[in-house]
Design a protein around this ligand. Structure first.
Ligand SMILES: [Zn+2]
Length: 370
């Protein structure tokens, strides 16, 4: 039995825990001096993009971005990101990390999609429709939910750049302590978002600048919550990114912008590669281990699905505890095996009995790594 905590300690324990900060999800940076910008919830912020990474080019100047391809993964209800290493090989640095051009996360995607298709088939069957021909209003919500349930996503292109937030009660009114309370962040966004939100905002300006640095912005995350609790996701969805062009407002912020340049000096592209977890290069061996953790549940479910389909029309009861929990709620098995086999266009071992499937070695569904 657990030991009872001395009552004399209780008051201090309660008091000491009132401002407890709970770690949510995996850390985004390995150095707290270089934090990541997270979406402010239902709040507008004044942002300056420093010229730290601006370089002179043939056509004037540009802002260097750190570009990386990232897989987003779910482990339980935590999200984590893994740098994709597909295609990286043939230089001593890649050799040192064990890279051979393949990516363990990319390799695992076939299993992720396999489970997606199995679930889709199964759910469509329950509704008595064919996923290929079912009307959008029926099949689309299912597809969307199943995409969200995927343990791992195909790699997407991300960029990292630097911003400085200038605390302001509203635009044009820096807070009294703003000069000391300004904070520098790395912003890690999908490249698409960067292009659609920031670069496109530049096109509306006179002499459309080629990059967003050196400009003062208002990033607005306030939105009509419809009486609901505001959240970061909806704040991001409703966000507006505006370049400040009002010369009077810019004048107010000039001293802050100058200080911001100082503060942001070390927020270089190289630093972004070093400290932003999602950008970090891992040893391939470690990526394999990480992917195995991420994929454990998917692999189990695929296995269970195959076992289920291999016994054809037998009901759940006959399978005892072998039904994937929370996956199949009602009578999922009608013609299920045929559907899977037909869609995959390959043998999935559906003729094997349950015993045989169960006795397959653990890594049976892992595609060869090399
Ligand atoms: Zn990859």
């Amino acid at each position: 039995m657990a030991r009872k905590v001395d009552m004399n300690l209780l008051n201090s324990l309660i008091e000491g825990s009132q401002n407890q900060v709970v770690q949510k999800g995996t850390p985004l940076t390995t150095d707290p001096n270089f934090p990541l910008f997270t979406t402010p919830v239902n709040e507008d912020v004044v942002v300056y993009i420093p010229r730290t990474n601006v370089v002179v080019t043939e056509n004037g100047e540009d802002m260097r971005l750190l570009t990386s391809h990232i897989h987003t993964a779910k482990v339980g209800n935590r999200t984590r990101q893994l740098r994709c290493i597909n295609g990286l090989l043939g230089n001593p640095a890649f050799d040192a990390l064990g890279y051979d051009g393949t990516c363990p996360a990319c390799d695992a995607m076939s299993e992720v999609w396999e489970l997606y298709k199995m679930k889709l088939e199964s759910e469509a069957k329950m509704l008595g429709v064919d996923p290929q021909t079912a009307p959008d209003n029926i099949i689309k919500p299912i597809r969307t939910r199943l995409l969200e349930e995927m343990a791992l996503k195909d790699a997407e292109e991300y960029v990292t750049f630097t911003v400085v937030v200038i605390p302001s009660s509203r635009l044009g009114s820096p807070t009294p302590d703003a000069m000391n309370a300004m904070k520098v962040y790395f912003v890690h966004w999908r490249k698409k978002r960067y292009e659609e939100k920031l670069l496109s905002a530049l096109k509306t300006l006179m002499n459309a600048p080629s990059h967003p640095a050196g400009l003062l912005w208002q990033w607005q995350f306030t939105y009509n919550t419809g009486g609901k609790q505001p959240n970061a996701r909806d704040s991001a969805l409703n966000a507006r990114y505006n370049v400040i062009t009002d010369s009077q407002v810019i004048e107010i912020y000039k001293p802050f912008m100058m200080k911001a340049e100082e503060l942001a000096k070390e927020f270089t592209v190289l630093k972004a590669a070093e400290v932003v977890v999602a950008n970090q290069f891992m040893y391939k061996e470690d990526i394999v281990q990480e992917v195995d953790k991420i994929m454990a549940n998917t692999r189990k479910l695929v296995k269970d699905f195959k076992a289920l389909s291999s016994v054809g029309g037998v009901g759940q009861q006959a399978l005892g505890g072998f039904v994937p929990q929370g996956l199949l709620n009602a009578n999922p098995l009608m013609n299920f095996g045929q559907g899977v086999q037909g869609q995959q266009g390959q043998s999935l071992g559906l003729q094997q009995g349950v015993q045989q499937v169960q006795s397959q070695p653990q890594g049976f569904f892992v595609p060869p790594q090399n």
